[in-house]
Design a protein around this ligand. Structure first.
Ligand SMILES: Nc1nc2c(ncn2[C@@H]2O[C@H](COP(=O)(O)OP(=O)(O)O)[C@@H](O)[C@H]2O)c(=O)[nH]1
Ligand SMILES: [Mg+2]
Length: 242
């Protein structure tokens, strides 16, 4: 686990998907760089998260990703505590998430079919602007069509239909694990920066209209003063005449 005190941005990412698809193994591979083939004998027992600081391309003031400048972001990757076996994930788990890795097992068709349940649960509880990525795990086992139960095209289309990117990964061989996390983190960073720009834009518009409002009321005040002065002048003139 690497920690850095210089990382400015912090993103919470969660793993969801059926039990045994390899969520805990994917996190272990990404953060601890290990794989323990435990045949499912040690399921995740407690609420847990792991932290990794990673460099990603910095976003310039024009909203472009820099090719040369990197910034450090800190990723908090949360693992379920085994509640996914009962399909009951506590709401707290979804709180303040920026990204989600929706996982299934390429050798288990049911885990793919159950993605609809997980997506619905996510939509119910997660913030609207959450970045989603679909991971088909255990790619190392898919050496024959008999073992692979979910074709690449079917999963890729499902991901596309639901606004997600798709990666086939293997926690065992480390295939595409870092690539998937990097891509998700870049997406989160871009989404957050766009949201920030939108908020700043709204703020600017607000202060602009406040300023305009002030200018208008200033002008109305001046007009009222002028009218009053004219009235006063007339009175004085009238006073003089009569
Ligand atoms: N062959 C293979 N087995 C894996 C892979 N990822 C996880 N497993 C195994 O699948 C089982 C369930 O993994 P686990 O990470 O506990 O799944 P979780 O319940 O979704 O957290 C364990 O026996 C793991 O060793 C992988 O990429 N390839
Ligand atoms: Mg687990």
């Amino acid at each position: 686990m690497s920690r850095s005190t210089t990382a400015a941005k912090q993103f919470k990412v969660i793993m969801i998907g059926d039990s045994m698809v390899g969520k805990t193994s994917i996190i272990q591979r990404f953060i601890d760089e290990t794989f323990v083939d435990n045949n499912g004998t040690s399921p995740t027992l407690a609420w847990d998260f792991k932290v990794k600081t990673m460099p990603i391309p910095e976003i310039s003031s024009t909203g472009e990703e820099s090719k040369s400048q990197l910034e450090q972001v800190r990723l908090y990757v949360w693992d379920t505590a085994g509640q996914e076996r009962f399909r009951h994930i506590a709401r707290m788990y979804y709180k303040d998430i920026c990204g989600v890795l929706l996982c299934f097992d390429l050798t288990d068709e049911d885990s793919f079919k159950n993605l609809n349940f997980w997506l619905t649960d996510l939509q119910k509880h997660a913030p609207e602007k959450v970045c989603k990525m679909l991971l088909g795990n255990k790619a190392d086992l898919c050496t024959t069509d008999q073992v692979r139960k979910v074709p690449y095209d079917v999963a890729a289309q499902y991901a596309l239909d639901n606004g997600m990117q798709y990666f086939e990964v293997s926690a065992k061989t480390n295939e595409n694990i870092n690539e998937a996390f990097l891509q998700l983190t870049i997406d989160i960073n871009r989404t957050q920066s766009q949201q920030m720009d939108m908020l700043l834009g709204m703020d600017e518009q607000l202060s602009l209209s406040e300023g305009q409002g002030r200018r208008i009321s200033d002008r109305m005040g001046q007009k009222r003063k002028l009218k009053q002065m004219k009235k006063d002048g007339k009175k004085k003139k009238g006073g003089k005449c009569c």
